[in-house]
Design a protein around this ligand. Structure first.
Ligand code: SF4
Length: 277
């Protein structure tokens, strides 16, 4: 697998649509406070399909934003990313992965040195301990290889279901859905995959995502939640699914934003943004 590259969500053209009136302010759904949870998706199969067609047309090959050079460094980067930004993790791992890109090297480096390397990241003491423990466990139980199995991954220190799903999806190409804060909010805010817990949202996503889009769905939704449908205030003017979205939080405009019109045209023409560039 090729090295990861940092990819930023492409800036979209400003919409020509003008806002009609301010939507009532609501707290964005979060794991701690999901609010009123719908019983089922607000969207029909066809509507859900149309949403993922737009994501595909806009970004046919989405990539994660964490830097890594192999399955092991991806696993470590994801463990370090809990309650930290990808940019912050990349800054800390730049040197770390130059000197320790295998479980053997990390174990030899030792917990104190790992702690020094990652001290700019939140919870660095616990994370350094987990990185050493998981490296030792990989050496002991898996011959130093990262297993491509969720159950085995979840046995590693500091690795939960979300981390396991990210590694399985990004490195092993499995169609897993890792529900982080962005996916949880999106599932409930736009009502496409509602659920009270991350696991409920993960299961709901698995039910509704059309199979041909399931490999990249996780990335599209994270990028959409991170850069467009943000927690505090969704940037509906830059939203490529504006006209399909049924969220009560959607900003009302007098016209569909240009990005949504343009992406719908790509879908209708059977093209992606890459073809059009
Ligand atoms: S229209 Fe607004 S609320 Fe709906 S998905 Fe887009 S950004 Fe989120």
């Amino acid at each position: 697998m090729a090295d990861s590259k940092i990819t930023k969500r492409r800036a979209t053209s400003p919409a020509t649509a003008t806002k009609k009136k301010t939507a009532p302010k609501r707290k964005a759904p979060s794991v701690d406070n999901p609010g009123k949870v719908l019983k089922r998706s607000r969207y029909t199969k066809a509507e859900t399909y149309a949403i993922f067609q737009r994501f595909h047309a806009d970004n046919p090959e989405p990539e994660g934003e964490l830097d890594y050079v192999n399955a092991y460094t991806l696993l470590v980067a994801v463990v370090l990313s809990a309650q930290a930004t990808d940019v912050g993790v990349n800054r800390a791992t730049k040197h770390l992965f130059q000197i320790a890109d295998t479980p053997e090297k990390m174990d030899a480096l030792g917990e104190d040195k790992v702690r020094e390397e990652i001290r700019t990241i939140g919870l660095y003491k616990t994370k350094a301990k987990n990185v050493i423990l998981l490296s030792q466990q990989l050496l002991r139980d898996h011959g130093g290889e990262v297993p491509d199995d969720r159950e085995e991954l979840e046995k590693l220190p500091g690795v939960g279901r979300k981390t396991a799903n990210v590694v399985l999806n990004i490195f092993f190409g499995q169609p897993t859905i890792a529900v982080d804060t962005h996916l949880f909010r999106l599932g409930n805010r736009i009502g496409i995959a509602p659920g009270k817990t991350p696991l409920d949202v993960e299961k709901a996503m698995e039910r509704i995502i059309p199979p041909e889009f399931s490999l990249h769905a996780h990335h599209w939704l994270i990028l959409h939640g991170r850069y467009i449908c943000k927690a505090r205030k969704p940037e509906c003017k830059r939203c490529l699914i504006y006209d399909l979205c049924k969220s009560p939080d959607k900003e009302p405009y007098d016209a569909t934003p240009e990005i949504a019109v343009r992406t719908a045209a790509l879908v209708a023409a059977g093209k992606t943004r890459l073809d059009a560039e």
